[in-house]
Design a protein around this ligand. Structure first.
Ligand code: ATR
Length: 262
């Protein structure tokens, strides 16, 4: 039997086991996926090997540590410097980042030329590189300077909130901050956001299952909106495909994983 696991802290809330086990069951595979809270970054590799895992997902706050323990890094994870999927191949840990492509798949039907990302944390890194790789013009804004430095160093266009030109037309505005997750805050001043929304077509919040003030305001402005549920779904679909060596088609995996959301 193949064993898979998601590592994080906290991990109780994770629905990754539900998603993956639903696809494992649907495809009738001899495998199992569970969740494991770890306290320390040093436990990542140790636990992976102790449990004889075939693969793992890594969530907050260990994605940067996961990047460091891999023997080889594939694809966009090299830019983001964070790994959310590890697979064991020929006794080597191979690291991937499926958050980035998962995000892009989730907005597949959007017609975008220019985008603005609010926030400069880990999720913002994944979203920035995938949008840039797909030739979307991008500005990244944050309320404070420190986290913007990574993006400036990687030649992204970065702005503090007060530097935003509210007359600039962004087709898509993305909230990658945690504003609205456990509070009623907007990620940026309401007056600024209202002006940006009046020129925009789409608003995406990567938080899922919560009507955040950001998405509520976007809906009030008649924008097309999306929360983070599809990003979560597609990062799992892509990780599943990595775990099972691309043997199953994405539509089938997606169909089974969607059942787990009900
Ligand atoms: P993640 O890895 O989930 O992206 P993170 O690395 O903790 O999260 O980053 C959170 C981002 O949200 C940061 O850019 C943070 O801004 P600061 O760098 O100034 O701390 C931003 N953020 C968090 N709460 C916010 C709020 N209430 N309003 C605006 N930005 C917020």
């Amino acid at each position: 039997m193949k064993l898979f696991c998601v590592f994080g802290n906290p991990i109780k809330h994770s629905i990754s086991p539900k998603l993956h086990n639903s696809a494992i069951l649907g495809l009738n595979l001899n495998a199992m996926y569970f969740k494991k809270k770890i306290q320390d970054k040093d436990d990542l590799k140790k636990t992976f090997l102790e449990y004889c895992l075939s693969g793992a997902n890594i969530t907050v706050p260990f994605k940067e540590d996961a990047f460091k323990i891999c023997d080889e890094i594939k694809g966009i994870a090299n830019d983001i410097k964070a790994v959310n999927t590890i697979v064991l191949k020929d006794k080597k840990l191979i690291g991937y980042n499926t958050d980035a492509n998962g995000f892009f798949k989730s907005i597949n039907d959007f017609d975008i030329k220019n985008a603005l990302i609010l926030g400069a944390g880990g999720s913002s890194k994944a979203i920035s590189f995938i949008l840039k790789n797909n030739n979307i013009n991008l500005d990244i804004t944050n309320r404070s300077k420190e986290k913007l430095n990574f993006f400036t160093q990687h030649n992204f266009s970065t702005l503090l909130h007060e530097q935003i030109d509210t007359n600039k037309k962004y087709d898509l505005i993305i909230n990658s901050t945690s504003a609205g997750l456990n509070d009623e805050n907007l990620p940026i001043k309401k007056e600024i956001l209202e002006k940006l929304f009046s020129n925009a077509k789409y608003a995406v919040d990567i938080i899922y299952n919560i009507n955040t003030p950001f998405l509520n305001l976007a809906k009030a402005k008649n924008l097309i909106t999306k929360d983070g549920k599809d990003m979560l779904l597609y990062q799992a679909v892509l990780a599943f495909n990595i775990f099972f060596d691309n043997q199953y088609d994405e539509t089938t995996i997606t169909k089974f994983m969607k059942k787990a959301f009900i």
